[in-house]
Design a binder for this molecule. Structure first.
Ligand code: SAM
Length: 205
């Protein structure tokens, strides 16, 4: 699969601070709400396409001990590590393209806000699904947020696929049950509204 994306995202994170990243949010409130609904104790979590998101940090602050973040951009993860200082040691960091990443263990929860929707090609989505199924323990949960049907058609100059919760569930294959979902209007740092859907799904045992 083409690898031009690594360069694209590294350039984005090197050139722009958070005030110029459309997806930036200080408070990952909807992700945390759905994490609460999943209701899992002693959880292991992986955040896919985490960028400089605060989600992993908030989980560590809540006492979640086993937190991993993965992103294709080393520049994004370096920035996150610097921002976190010593707390960065409490997180596992993986620089990898999820489409080719070989999972070596399983997690209770897979989180992805605004990464899956960049996979516009069916083969890329199949590669993502295969990693999701290998990395999530049976009975585990996935929180996946994408642009909703009334959301933007592109982000960061790249086309996206927009979803509603049922369509997302179908895109992930037949072993997921939709547990809860939210429609959320995110406001970019410069105030533009963007519609997202957030889905909480459970992988069958
Ligand atoms: C729109 S940003 C969202 C970042 C973060 N999830 C958040 O909510 O702030 C998309 C992220 O996905 C990462 N990404 C894009 N394609 C990827 C891939 N194939 N594998 C892993 N990460 C990828 C980018 O580097 C970027 O950090």
């Amino acid at each position: 699969m083409p690898d031009e994306r690594t360069g694209h995202w590294d350039d984005v994170y090197r050139e722009r601070d958070e005030s110029r990243l459309s997806w930036h949010q200080d408070d990952p409130a909807i992700s945390l709400e759905l994490f609460g609904i999943a209701g899992i104790d002693e959880t292991s979590v992986i955040d896919i396409g985490a960028g400089t998101s605060r989600f992993a940090t908030r989980l560590v602050e809540r006492g979640v001990h086993d937190v991993t973040v993965l992103d294709v951009s080393g520049a994004a993860l370096d920035r996150s590590r610097r921002q976190l200082g010593e707390a960065a040691d409490r997180i596992d960091w993986i620089t990898a393209d999820v489409r080719t990443w070989p999972p070596v263990r399983t997690y209770d929860l897979w989180h992805d806000r605004a990464m899956f929707h960049f996979l516009v090609d069916a083969r890329e989505r199949a590669a993502y699904r295969s990693r999701l199924r290998r990395a999530l323990r049976p009975g585990g949960h996935a929180i996946i947020a994408t642009f909703a049907h009334d959301g933007p058609e592109a982000c960061s100059g790249l086309p996206v696929v927009r979803y509603e919760p049922d369509g997302l569930r179908r895109a992930l294959g037949d072993r997921f049950t939709l547990v809860a979902h939210r429609h959320h209007v995110h406001h970019t740092p410069w105030g533009s509204p963007q519609s997202f859907q957030y889905s909480l799904l459970r992988l069958d045992e």
